[in-house]
Ligand binder design. Structure first.
Ligand SMILES: [Zn+2]
Length: 131
């Protein structure tokens, strides 16, 4: 079980994440609009983002990229997690009703499923192409 103090810490993290995501969504949309408006023929060699600068750790990179790709989806997950805190269901797997490991919640505070169910879902939902 998650202690009240820990729950409060997770809520703070989630709320911070939520406002950051909300902010980022606006900023990115803003930048995209401005870019296409005034500078559509801009110098591509001066691209501000270099792929090599993005996290070297493979897992972190994957997490960062998926965050960037699905910001609105992530925001939704964060809000659902906050709902679960209110409903006192936070830390319980939505799929099997089991306990979500605290380590997992520390890494992904908006995780709705335990690692086993998440892996099962990933394998079932998006089968990897064998090479
Ligand atoms: Zn589960």
């Amino acid at each position: 079980m998650i202690k009240a103090a820990e729950l409060k810490a997770f809520r703070t993290t989630l709320e911070a994440l939520r406002s950051r995501l909300r902010g980022d969504v606006t900023t990115m949309a803003d930048a995209a609009l401005r870019h296409s408006g005034s500078d559509a023929n801009g110098d591509l060699s001066r691209m501000p983002i270099h792929m090599a600068d993005i996290g070297s750790d493979a897992y972190e990179q994957e997490f960062t990229l998926s965050l960037m790709a699905n910001e609105e989806e992530t925001l939704e997950l964060v809000e659902l997690a906050l709902e679960r805190i209110k409903a006192k269901k936070y830390g319980t797997c939505e799929e099997c009703g089991g306990v979500i490991a605290k380590k997992r919640l520390e890494a992904i505070p908006f995780a709705a499923m335990c690692i086993r169910c998440a892996e099962k879902m990933e394998n079932g939902g998006r089968p990897r192409q064998p090479r």
